[in-house]
Design a protein. Structure first.
Length: 354
């Protein structure tokens, strides 16, 4: 990086990594030594710097707190048996962050800032990347509006920040999900297709209600009819019915998941039938009834593959085949892990070595 986008680095005096077992920490609660920050003002990104992770003073009048201009990404870095650190499909995360920025009336981040800051940050904090089979360094890039003003309008100042944390499995066990037919996650013309913070805030109450009934997550349905499945919790949703992998077609109510795309790419490469289309919950339960529903799972950066072993709908629970019998999703999970850990050929060039 040159000129305006030079990165000023203020290293921590002593790394905190020795205080933790990075291969055995709770997801999202232990943060690495440093963070990257760039500021947007006067129509340009500037003041790119890396500093020790910590609290940042922010005004209670900050625009993001009141008007919801906040977007983020989720991505991961992995360490192979040689100790080398690689990123999984980072350019897709960069592109999706800017897609979110456009929809939320926020400035796009130049690639040299996103990738330059990310790579420098990972070089500094490579010791925080777990080496365990299921471990990774979770990376959270985000942009927040920082105008100190009350008034509904797009902010004129922003911060782009990257923080990281070592992580193990997001779900330690297969999950039961409840089909949500009252609340909804997204509407046409809204922001369901981007990673806006408000999408997640609005999901918490319906999820809490489902958890009180013994489910770990919900299956979101379309807002117009509540007949068609869209996502599961914070993940894209997939089914194997007969010999076909089915997933809801992308729309402005469904996030274009990078793990979703990876799963579908592998399925097609293995010669499986893949259908991206509208899927009704009645179709899924009919397949359950006639024995053709073989697998159901969520997929996303945090969870990778989250096996669904039960679906609740209209007061009845439908048990799904045991995980041990699921050939496709268990193979996908293993192959993705092997690609990320450098154990098999990366034929799709998904990994970027640090």
């Amino acid at each position: 990086m040159t000129g305006t986008f030079d990165i000023t680095i203020n290293k921590i005096a002593k790394s905190r990594v020795a205080e933790y077992d990075v291969n055995n920490v709770p997801f999202g609660k232990c943060f690495s030594d440093h963070m990257f920050i760039a500021e947007y003002a006067d129509g340009k990104w500037q003041k790119a710097h890396i500093t020790p992770y910590g609290d940042t003073p922010l005004s209670y009048a900050m625009s993001a707190l009141h008007y919801g201009q906040a977007i983020f990404e989720g991505m991961k870095a992995y360490k192979n048996d040689k100790g080398e650190v690689s990123l999984f499909r980072p350019i897709e995360n960069f592109s999706r962050l800017n897609k979110s920025a456009i929809r939320m009336a926020m400035p796009e981040v130049p690639e040299e800032i996103f990738m330059g800051g990310l790579l420098e940050l990972l070089r500094l904090d490579s010791a925080w990347v777990p080496s365990s089979d299921s471990g990774s360094l979770y990376i959270r890039p985000f942009i927040i509006a920082t105008d100190e003003a009350i008034g509904v309008k797009a902010s004129e100042t922003y911060k782009f920040i990257i923080i990281t944390c070592p992580a193990g499995k997001y779900y330690s066990e297969p999950i039961k999900v409840l089909v949500e037919t009252n609340y909804f996650r997204a509407v046409h013309g809204g922001v369901g297709f981007v990673k806006a913070a408000g999408n997640y805030g609005r999901s918490l109450y319906p999820t809490k209600l489902a958890q009180q009934k013994g489910y770990q997550q919900v299956i979101w349905t379309d807002s117009e009819t509540h007949q068609y499945v869209e996502e599961s919790g914070t993940m894209n949703l997939m089914f194997v019915i007969g010999d076909t992998v089915l997933t809801p077609a992308l729309s402005d109510t469904i996030l274009s998941g990078i793990t979703r795309d990876s799963v579908l790419t592998l399925a097609k490469d293995w010669g499986m039938k893949v259908e991206e289309r509208k899927i009704s919950i009645r179709e899924v339960l009919t397949a359950h009834g006639n024995g053709t529903l073989k697998e159901a799972f969520g997929c996303g950066t945090a969870a990778t593959i989250a096996q669904i072993i039960g679906i609740g709908f209209e007061g009845k629970d439908y048990d799904l085949p045991p995980v041990e019998e699921r050939k496709f999703s268990t193979k996908v999970d293993e192959v993705l892990r092997s690609i990320r850990k450098g154990k098999v050929e990366d034929k799709f060039n998904w990994m970027m070595k640090i």
